[in-house]
Design a protein around this ligand. Structure first.
Ligand code: SF4
Ligand code: SF4
Length: 360
């Protein structure tokens, strides 16, 4: 039986060139290592005989650090041809991997640039260069999602070696509110419910309070030898929510520099929003708090786009009213907002098209 699932992801490397606090792969704990291609390819081939994901993400760590990343992109496309596939990168190395862009176009793999707080001006320059490059390739057919306005979530309490699980009393609620719960991870040849659970064992020995994590470290992933019934239960439930008790999911600020070119992201988010308004909206994410923060800091962009207070504030207000503080606006909700603000958006389309022509 080929089982339909929403999303599958594989972290092809544990190494990253950033150490963002609260990284869901725990890269801020400084462990390294790649999944060698032959091993990873075998896992992928095996699971392609069992599951049919609608989305497949290749990430890490930083996937562009993997020497065989191109082989992975091709293999994932062969294994999961029907999935919306993406390569998610922090962008720092993109300008050194220009040869990867034609491959993304050829295999129909979407490039997802995720913005993280950066530590140096040099890093900012690299990400800005990556954005420009990606936009250039977009005109040649690259499917691109520019940086999301990530809010940073601490899934546990404390910091560094002194983290401890939240011991949440309603893990079912935490699970349902959690953005990671659809991020089934292919790791060590098995399926894990989310990256936080999958990679926890890799940092366990570094934790001062390891005994508090005992239950969460006892998680048993799904093996490729599972029965069809076990596979169905893994995705459909009933779930064992007890592992989600570890998560506090508290929004946190992470120190660092956000690339100034992020104004281009707003432009692009709107362009995407407009392009997609009658079609697929699932890749679009706007965080209202971050959006407001960016907008407050960018009067120039606002005047350039001649956005009315109503159009943007409307979105922010609407998001607030709908209690969307830390979660992405969902496609259906966004579609409703689009419908309600169609006139403003029509006008903005024309302005953005002009702006786009001007900047390209
Ligand atoms: S760039 Fe991504 S993978 Fe790397 S440390 Fe930051 S959040 Fe983690
Ligand atoms: S353990 Fe549960 S709540 Fe925590 S990140 Fe994973 S899916 Fe989300």
């Amino acid at each position: 039986m080929l089982y339909d699932v929403i999303k599958l992801e594989m972290h092809v490397t544990h190494t990253c060139n950033l150490t963002c606090k609260y990284c869901s792969h725990y890269c801020d704990y400084g462990y390294h290592g790649d999944i060698d291609f032959d091993t990873g390819a075998r896992w992928l081939s095996d699971w392609s005989q069992r599951v049919n994901p609608s989305r497949f993400s290749i990430l890490g760590g930083e996937p562009l650090l993997h020497k065989d990343i191109k082989k992975y992109i091709i293999h994932v496309a062969n294994c999961f041809p029907k999935a919306a596939r993406d390569l998610t990168t922090n962008g720092l190395l993109l300008s050194k991997h220009e040869d990867i862009l034609p491959l993304l176009i050829e295999t129909g793999t979407l490039l997802r640039l995720s913005i993280h707080p950066l530590q140096t001006r040099k890093q900012v320059e690299l990400v800005e260069r990556a954005l420009l490059l990606a936009h250039k390739w977009e005109t040649k057919g690259l499917r691109l999602v520019t940086p999301e306005f990530s809010s940073w979530t601490a899934y546990y309490h404390g910091e560094g070696k002194n983290i401890y699980p939240a011991q949440n009393e309603r893990p079912d609620i935490v699970y349902n509110a959690c953005r990671q719960h659809e991020c089934t991870n292919l790791h060590q040849g098995h399926l894990w419910m989310c990256p936080l659970i999958a990679y926890l064992p890799m940092i366990a020995d570094k934790l001062n309070n390891k005994s508090a994590w005992e239950h969460y470290l006892s998680y048993r992933p799904l093996s490729i030898d599972c029965s069809d019934a076990e596979l169905k239960q893994f995705f459909e439930g009933p779930h064992d929510y007890s592992f989600c008790a570890m998560c506090a999911m508290v929004e946190k600020d992470v120190p660092g520099i956000m690339p100034e070119n992020i104004c281009a992201d707003i432009k692009n988010e709107y362009l995407q929003l407009l392009r997609n308004k009658d079609g697929e909206l699932s890749s679009l994410k706007i965080e209202n708090t971050k959006l407001k923060e960016c907008v407050d800091n960018m009067p120039d962009l606002l005047s350039e786009l001649q956005l009315t207070a109503g159009s943007l504030d409307g979105l922010i207000h609407w998001a607030g009213m709908n209690n969307i503080n830390s979660h992405s606006i969902r496609p259906g909700e966004l579609a409703r907002w689009l419908h309600e603000t169609r006139d403003d958006l029509e006008r903005m389309t024309q302005q953005l098209a002009k702006l786009s022509a001007h900047t390209s």
